[in-house]
Design a protein around this ligand. Structure first.
Ligand SMILES: NC(=O)c1ccc[n+]([C@@H]2O[C@H](COP(=O)([O-])OP(=O)(O)OC[C@H]3O[C@@H](n4cnc5c(N)ncnc54)[C@H](O)[C@@H]3O)[C@@H](O)[C@H]2O)c1
Length: 432
């Protein structure tokens, strides 16, 4: 099939590369000229395990193409995926849909034969209706069908998630589009993915409700961890004990820093905002948003306690600064709240991240980047393990750190407190 992905970011590039690997002809379009030039040279703009190889392989065999020419790409394709960003509006809590609507206006002039236009971006329920209205202003109803096909991939696991999804949701009442899309996804369905054809509005809401539920699960266990800290109970026992119940499940039940990334913070806010517009108070989601926003200050208080409130001139090393492991995505990482607050109190921050130095931290005074883990921790008073990369799981701290009085705050509970005690390392974790 001939596909066009509009927006070559985490979702568009991964989906485009995976669809081409399944034998489709895919054009990935982006308005970012440099991104497209780099991709044509085999340079992948994001860190995602396995993506570079997949892109290079399919670019070489000419099934995957890159372009900045939206209209030409649309006219050459039968199925169009919209994969542009839907960030939170500036100074408001709703989703900013300007990129989506601008794409809808741009593509109208290139539709002269039937196209399925799929929205893969995460959008508030009824956005598909709006996209349809915009296109209908210039194009006959017979020539297009607007479908919602939300994406559930996780950064860091994106290729696996795309290839072996739990479910594929196709929101459309158009039988012809449903048949074509079921065929497009048949290689994944044959590997066990469940296929659900729902109404377009349902598909849009399934995505927001799923993300809000997962954010709730994380926030729930984070709050239980706060209680554990007062009771000398270990949160890891609670997570395992709860997770063994099949009705609950163990995933997304690990306590840690505030959830971040490009999805949960913006999607929970957008869902609450949409519900308000429809006079429905989603009080659970609103509490989750508030609790998560407070989480970084709560963890900062623990850092101050660990340092006996003597933060000035303390050398603090962050291991990992992205919102989670196996991604280079800094969007809404809790580090972006914690590091500036520690700097304000006079701390000196040094960090290591396997995906390299971060533009977001370059501008902050007294923040430096180390290219090597051992060098990063060498002169630290406090080491904060912020993400769960495998690289951080077997560090010989005793050997690597010069300061004999150093301590560790493990925000991901990677290490065993008992083993740290044996080594006489001052070690703090979450929820114990
Ligand atoms: N990142 C994730 O893990 C993830 C997972 C599931 C769903 N989503 C959703 O998918 C959508 C895309 O997310 P992302 O993380 O891939 O975003 P992204 O910011 O990485 O990529 C979006 C791309 O769209 C391009 N773009 C914007 N307007 C354009 C236009 N008019 N023409 C061509 N290109 C244009 C941008 O230049 C950018 O490269 C969002 O709605 C997000 O919520 C993201």
């Amino acid at each position: 099939m001939k596909l066009c992905m509009i927006g070559t970011g985490y979702v568009g590039l991964v989906s485009g590369a995976c669809f081409s690997d399944l034998g489709n002809d895919v054009i990935c379009v982006d308005r970012d000229i440099k991104k497209i030039e780099n991709l044509k040279k085999g340079i992948v703009p994001i860190y995602e395990p396995g993506l570079e190889e997949l892109v290079q392989k399919n670019f070489k065999n000419k099934r995957l193409k890159f372009s900045i020419d939206l209209n030409d790409s649309i006219s050459k394709s039968d199925i169009i995926f919209i994969c542009v960003g839907t960030p939170t509006k500036k100074n408001a809590s709703g989703a900013d849909l300007s990129q989506i609507f601008s794409v809808a206006r741009e593509i109208r002039s290139s539709i002269s034969k039937f196209k399925i236009i799929i929205n893969k971006s995460t959008v508030p329920v009824t956005t598909g209706d709006e996209i349809e209205k915009i296109i209908l202003q210039k194009v006959s109803k017979k020539l297009f069908s607007i479908v919602s096909n939300p994406e559930f991939l996780r950064e860091g696991e994106a290729i696996r998630d795309f290839t072996y999804p739990d479910r594929i949701i196709i929101g459309t009442s158009d039988k012809k589009s449903n048949k074509i899309l079921k065929n497009l996804y048949s290689p994944l369905i044959s590997k066990g993915a469940k296929y659900l054809n729902s109404s377009r509005r349902s598909a849009e809401l399934i995505k927001y409700a799923s993300n809000a539920f997962l954010a709730t699960k994380i926030t729930f266990i984070n709050e239980i961890a706060n209680l554990c800290e007062k009771l000398d109970v270990n949160i890891e026992d609670i997570s395992i004990g709860m997770g063994l119940d099949k009705r609950i499940g163990s995933r997304f039940l690990r306590a840690g820093p505030a959830y971040g990334g490009s999805c949960f913070p913006k999607d929970t806010k957008a869902l609450a905002n949409t519900a308000d517009k429809f006079n429905t108070n989603l009080s659970v989601i609103k509490s989750v948003i508030k609790s998560n926003e407070n989480r970084s200050s709560l963890l900062l208080k623990r850092v101050f306690n660990i340092l006996n409130n003597k933060v000035k001139n303390k050398k603090i090393c962050f291991l990992g600064v992205t919102f989670k492991a196996n991604t280079d995505d800094m969007r809404d990482s809790s580090c972006l709240t914690m590091i500036p607050s520690l700097i304000k109190k006079g701390a000196m921050i040094n960090y290591f991240d396997p995906t390299g130095e971060k533009d977001e931290l370059k501008k902050i005074k007294n923040v430096s980047f180390s290219k090597d883990i051992n060098f990063a921790v060498k002169v630290s008073d406090l080491i904060i393990i912020h993400t769960e990369w495998n690289d951080f799981k077997s560090i010989n701290f005793k050997k690597a750190v010069q300061n004999k009085k150093f301590c560790i705050f493990d925000m991901r509970n990677i290490y065993s407190s008992a083993k740290m005690k044996e080594q006489k390392i001052k070690y703090f974790s979450i929820g114990s």
